[in-house]
Design a protein around this ligand. Sequence first.
Ligand code: GDP
Ligand code: IMO
Ligand code: MG
Length: 423
Amino acid sequence: MAVTIVIGAQWGDEGKGKIIDCLADSSDLIVRFHGGNNAGHTVVNKFGKFPMHLIPSGVFNQKAKAIIGNGVILDLEVLENEIKMLEKAGVKLNGRLYISPRCHVIMPYHKLLDRLYEQAKGKGKTGTTGKGIGPTYADKVSYNGIRLADFLDKATFKSKLAGQLLIKNKILIALGEKPLKAELVEKELYRCFNKIRPFVKEVLPLLLDASSNGSRILAEGAHGMFLDNDWGTYPFVTASNVLASAITAGSGIPPQKIKRVIGIAKAYTTRVGQGPFPTELFDNNGEILVEKGNEYGTTTGRRRRPGWFDTELIRFTAKINGLTDIALTKLDVLDEFKEIKICTGYKLGGRKVHYEDGDVNFLSKVKPVYKRLSGWRTSTRGITRLNDLPLNAKKYISEIEKQIGVKISFISTGEDRKEIIKV
Ligand code: GDP
Ligand code: IMO
Ligand code: MG
């Protein structure tokens, strides 16, 4: 059958976990293909509430296989804890969770280096999650990475670790840190790896079989379009490609199998960390979005920066990902506003400009053009039928759809799996 990809259409935290959990029930296989535990995807369903960092959020459909593809980078301790958390909640993983041996491992020195680079940059820091993501991907592309496959043979692992520590310890010492001891690093990592080992298996045959035998594959993107390393607001981005097309490199699924690309967009905008944000709000409206939307990071607990919905951004996401559908989330968070603004485009020096016209300096200067809409001032929480939405909420959704030119197929009205309108 077909592959459906779900990607974040903004700066992350759009509610991907929630939507993936909903879609997983009609999927046979769910795969993650990039990023690491900088991702924090919240799932709320009959099993409880879970912050998912590495294992696909669709894992709660126990009839489906859950796969961590080669593009994902792994903090073994976080993975071990996530496995424990799910098993404790009654989610069975044996025989249905598979982890690619090609996944790169986040080493203790990567986490230290992440912090040290940020410190050194001072005011110009990226505002990373501090999970070692940038340094791990940097080692991957510069042929210095250590993969799960290396752990399968201890001699290989020891020799690679020794080689890396030779370089990394010099850098750590130069930056005022203590050097790492190989034996301790090895002991701690193998303690976690031994728990994970039963799930490590080449996943390509499984994925290729599934993509040609009629199985329904759901691919879970992490982060958001504007954190993409190439097309996001560089250098205020993450280290992986967030684009839907990253699925090919990050899992091995051939591009022509992709039939549906769903962009998840919050009914307003948020961003964590530094970087330009044209519709950012610094007033009481922003406060309402943060408090009502509980906009605090799933991974780091940091306050997310709030702003109005920006159609210029989502049009760009639609354009370069070939979005077939949009899932609009957190509509209920807008319930109490008297007036809601939608950004319809940007202007600079009186001229219409587009996201792709410039870099971060350009984006920090553009002026959003707003359309004002009346709010609905009544609760939409938990509504499951389009017709039950207040008229002004329907108008808001139609305006977004018109501005972007992509169908809104799902509207989320609460954090629980059940709180969704399928249009
Ligand atoms: P992700 O990283 O894209 O999976 O999103 P996060 O889980 O980091 O952040 C989204 C937050 O919004 C989580 O706390 C979700 O439980 C919550 N959420 C998702 N959809 C809705 C919704 O429609 N309404 C409300 N009120 N909360 C939602
Ligand atoms: P999910 O999947 C929000 C941001 C960080 C920082 C930048 C680089 O939950 O939507 P990194 O640690 O990746 O080197 O940090 O990217 N970032 C996210 N922001 N949600 C995420 O993931 C993010 N993943 C990375 O805040 O600005
Ligand atoms: Mg998140």
